[in-house]
Design a binder for this molecule. Structure first.
Ligand code: ADP
Length: 202
């Protein structure tokens, strides 16, 4: 039987990874597109030759893979560079994600969860999933959580939030929204569990 494909998204600090973890505990297979992107750009990663060709060999090294700080600085200051990088990475991420989902389905997973931070921005991804699950919270909560989790300065978190889809856009593409703002971790797990039994009745 084909597994249910769930697209999971949310702004930074919304609790998306926490929800993904609970879904895995319930039996879903997780396809983490950020992790795939990191592997593609790690030493010997499949994206490195194309990145070196487009951005110059100084952007990659055999020992460290992609120079992330340098690429981040370039992508922040030059939107066309960001688009060129995405033009290299997105097809490779899509291909890898598809292969991982096929393997999980063949192994009998009832559901495959695609963790896609940019799902709201990508019609392509939305067309590939059966359901979209959005994790949402107030911006002040995002800032507080990411400062605590990652030790970032407030303005760094705000800059990332400004680059992501606005909350109303993200909510507008959702089949279900989990509002993870004042929920305890336990209550959050309960919400995920009840959605799971709704979408995957035994
Ligand atoms: P994201 O993947 O969306 O960036 P995370 O799942 O990593 O967010 O959550 C950000 C931080 O907030 C983590 O440290 C996580 O443990 C914490 N967190 C998430 N949801 C809750 C919650 N309901 N109660 C308390 N802490 C939470």
């Amino acid at each position: 039987m084909r597994s249910l494909h769930i697209g999971l998204t949310g702004g930074i600090g919304s609790g998306k990874s926490t929800v993904a973890q609970t879904l895995v505990e319930l039996g879903a297979a997780l396809v983490d597109t950020d992790a795939i992107a990191r592997r593609l750009t790690a030493p010997h990663g499949a994206a490195l030759p194309a990145i070196a060709q487009v951005f110059g060999s100084e952007m990659v090294s055999a020992q460290a893979g992609l120079d992330r700080d340098r690429m981040r600085a370039l992508a922040f200051s030059d939107p066309s560079a960001r688009r060129r990088l995405e033009g290299i990475l997105h097809p490779l991420i899509g291909e890898t994600a598809r292969a991982e989902a096929t393997a999980a389905t063949q192994a009998g997973a009832a559901a495959v969860v695609f963790d896609v931070p940019l799902l709201a921005e990508s019609a392509h991804w939305r067309g590939r999933v059966d359901r979209v699950l959005v994790v949402d919270c107030e911006e002040s909560t995002q800032v507080r959580r990411v400062m605590a989790r990652s030790g970032w300065a407030e303005e760094t978190v705000l800059r990332v939030i400004a680059q992501q889809a606005p909350r109303p856009l993200r909510r507008s593409i959702a089949d279900a929204v989990i509002f993870n703002d004042t929920l305890s971790q336990q209550a959050l797990q309960g919400e995920v569990r009840s959605l799971w039994s709704h979408w995957l009745p035994r």
